[in-house]
Design a protein around this ligand. Structure first.
Ligand code: GN1
Ligand code: MG
Length: 368
């Protein structure tokens, strides 16, 4: 069912004449639309999103986080470059000053101006894109290094608490409400065997061995906007999950997604492996940018973030499959099953490469 986007646009008083919309397919949680208006003789594109309030229970808090983080980055970039016009998003405001609006059915909407001529890359086969995405996410973290994390709400509690994620999965596997455990026996066994390894980073965080930073927490490379001409990263988007977290989670999720040889949900499992050239390219950009701001232990454990983000997501996809597909959007009925298997295959491949992965990070940081 398609909502009336022309009507939604009126909540934000978008100037000009409504022309059309198209559905943006990427993203597993929110519904995203590219909406076009005609103004001053040209087409003006906007992104309009309906936020998934099953996932984000308190969407107004999410918008407060986004606004605080966006303004902080805007000021930082302006200080450095004189202008931040194309480096942060401009959210749409309602006449009464909110950066969100509810529709008549209670749906939660927000929007922003599309940054002119910016592009994203969904699958990455060119190494410069990965390196530049790494630099973009690295800069993002540097820009937030002095941000007061205490003003942030936890938009999804325990988002990367791997231990809790696994515990929830194992509980659901006991209940098996949809009789689906039989489809994931092998993957479940693997995750059980790797439970302690997967909890390494969250245990170190709990013991205070790793510092909590303000992190993005969902660092797919299609969350970086690029300038197609200069080929540089312009802005980091999808700030719904900006929260205190570990640097290794941002590093790891980006590797999990971007350095996979294929799509994260490729049903052709034989194509799935960690491409070490892609890995190196992202490390150059990300670690190259952040190395002086990280502790030796963060650098020594960074590579584990990639493995852990992969087993954690395998556990999350599996949990959703066992629970009856309530969280992630599906393109077909077995989508969560395929995603679970694909992430498990990737984790197994990474496991065999952990030594080399660590060596590359340390070498790039000048520690070897
Ligand atoms: C979800 O919707 P999207 O693509 O931004 C999910 C991430 C997962 C990702 C897997 C809030 O992100 O954590 O890594 O799918 N976001 C949330 O593709 O759960
Ligand atoms: Mg996201």
């Amino acid at each position: 069912m398609t909502p009336d986007l022309k009507h939604i646009g009126t909540f934000f008083d978008i100037p000009g004449e409504y022309i059309s919309y198209e559905v943006i397919k990427s993203g597993n949680i929110n519904q995203t639309y590219l909406v076009k208006y005609f103004r001053d003789g040209v087409e003006k594109p906007y992104i309009i999103q309906r936020v998934n309030t099953y996932v984000f229970k308190n969407p107004e808090q999410v918008m407060q986080n986004i606004s605080a983080v966006t303004e902080h980055i805007r000021a930082k970039v302006k200080e450095k470059q004189g202008t931040a016009k194309r480096n942060v998003l401009h959210y749409l405001y309602t006449p009464d000053g909110h950066n969100f609006a509810y529709d008549e059915e209670g749906g939660f909407w927000r929007g922003y101006r599309y940054i002119d001529d910016s592009v994203t890359y969904n699958t990455v086969d060119q190494l410069w894109i990965l390196e530049e995405a790494g630099r973009g996410f690295g800069e993002f973290q540097l820009n937030l290094a002095d941000f007061d994390a205490s003003v942030l709400f936890e938009s999804i509690p325990d988002f990367h608490n791997t231990r809790k994620r696994f515990d929830r999965l194992f509980e659901m596997a006991e209940k098996d409400p949809h009789d689906r455990v039989k489809d994931v026996r092998e993957e479940l066994k693997y995750l059980r065997e790797r439970y302690e390894l997967s909890c390494t980073l969250c245990d170190m965080l709990e013991k205070g061995e790793l510092p909590l930073r303000v992190t993005h927490n969902d660092t797919k490379c299609n969350n970086v906007l690029f300038d197609p001409v200069t080929k540089s990263a312009l802005a980091v988007i999808d700030l719904d999950t900006v929260m205190p977290g570990l640097c290794a989670y941002d590093f790891g999720d980006a590797i999990r997604f971007g350095a996979n040889n294929t799509d994260e949900d490729d049903p052709n499992y034989s194509k799935i492996f960690l491409d070490m050239e892609k890995y190196k390219a992202f490390v150059r950009g990300f670690i190259g940018t952040l190395k002086d701001s990280l502790t030796p232990l963060e650098l020594e454990t960074m590579h584990l973030g990639a493995y852990i983000m992969t087993t954690e997501l395998a556990a999350r996809f599996m949990l959703d499959y066992l629970e009856g597909d309530v969280y992630f959007k599906l393109n077909y009925p077995e989508h969560n099953l395929v995603r679970t298997k694909a992430q498990t295959v990737l984790a197994k491949d990474m496991e065999s490469k952990l030594g080399e992965m660590q060596r590359i990070v340390l070498e790039t940081a000048g520690m070897k």
